[in-house]
Write a protein that binds this ligand. Sequence first.
Ligand code: PXP
Length: 241
Amino acid sequence: MSRLRLGVNIDHVATIRNARGGFHPDPIRAAEIASEAGADGITAHLREDRRHIMDDDIGRLIGGIALPLNLEMAATEEMLEIALRHRPHAACIVPERREEVTTEGGLDAAGQHNHLKPLITKLGDAGIRVSLFIEPSPRQIEAAMSLGAPVVEFHTGRYAHAEGDERATELRRIADAAALAAKNGIEPHAGHGLTFDNVTAIAAIPQIAELNIGHFLIGEAIFDGLAPVVRRMRQLMDEAR
Ligand code: PXP
């Protein structure tokens, strides 16, 4: 089985910074530490309301870190323009509602085909690897295929919040979806709500190539420091393969 990549989402370092304005703690410093501790990529979500990552952070991340940047973005003209200007390694299209606390569900790639198609084409033409953040369902994977997206990221929030039989069902849904995506030439990734306690089963799904993890890592870093926490997540992921 190939090595599973870890994308560290540094949004919530910016959340703490923005609580006081100013420059501390700096998400770019977090990205550097994550890189040294075994991250394979950095993920950042430039939200419409700029509640954590700000425009300036994107340029600093692209110019200042050695790792590839995965820019999470809503499917809007404003975000398209920013992505085309900065040309991150990857762009993950996410649904976004201003009132939500986090990205609460997957993108309706099936229902928004006509809106998404030109955006995906423009990003792809610019050499940006497009990923769609979707629920692990055959309908959404088929939509990703017809949209020509090379990557899908499965929203693991339901799995992360479920317990017992329900969790086993959600895990099966993700495993089946990963197999279906891979069979059709789409690289599956996964993320949302992953922790030390629930990552192993997701990391063991052989087709999944990358996990993007943020909130838990940054929260846990308050107690143990970012480098040890990233190293521990890396170790759990490697042990699961
Ligand atoms: N992947 C995507 C597409 C996301 O939107 C998020 C949340 O910003 C994550 C992964 C990471 O989720 P979490 O912060 O719960 O680890």
